[in-house]
Design a protein around this ligand. Structure first.
Ligand SMILES: [Zn+2]
Length: 124
């Protein structure tokens, strides 16, 4: 699903998008001429590789995602997560794919390694 930046309404509008077995649903609205606020929830399952043994494990997602989209260079100092978009178009499919990719690139231990790491820490 794609929407042009200038067509985003100021009142919250619902969206829903899916990628493989992950679903992203929530609302979006324009909060300033160059900023759009997204409040969403990511759910479903995805495969994540263990960074210790390389085994792939199914991971259940249940993440709240709140972030801002800017249609240009964002200069304001802010604690909020701001993502710059290209071509003045919001692409929800791209957002969900990027979120999954960033999750998969994080350090993740499979359940086995997590247990053995805990045991290791207790031993020493
Ligand atoms: Zn592992």
């Amino acid at each position: 699903m794609k929407i042009e930046f200038r067509k985003v309404p100021q009142t919250a509008k619902e969206f829903e998008t899916e990628f493989n077995s992950v679903k992203l649903e929530g609302t979006f609205c324009k909060i300033s001429p160059s900023l759009i606020k997204i409040s969403a929830k990511m759910s479903g399952t995805t495969e994540i590789e263990c960074c210790r043994c390389g085994k792939t494990e199914e991971y259940t997602l249940n993440e709240e995602l709140d972030f801002l989209l800017s249609d240009g260079i964002f200069n304001k100092e802010s604690d909020d997560l701001v993502i710059e978009i290209e071509n003045n178009t919001i692409d929800f499919d791209e957002i969900i794919q990027n979120e999954i990719a960033s999750l998969q690139s994080e350090y993740h231990y499979c359940s086995e390694c997590e247990t053995s790491t805990e045991a290791y820490e207790k031993e020493f």
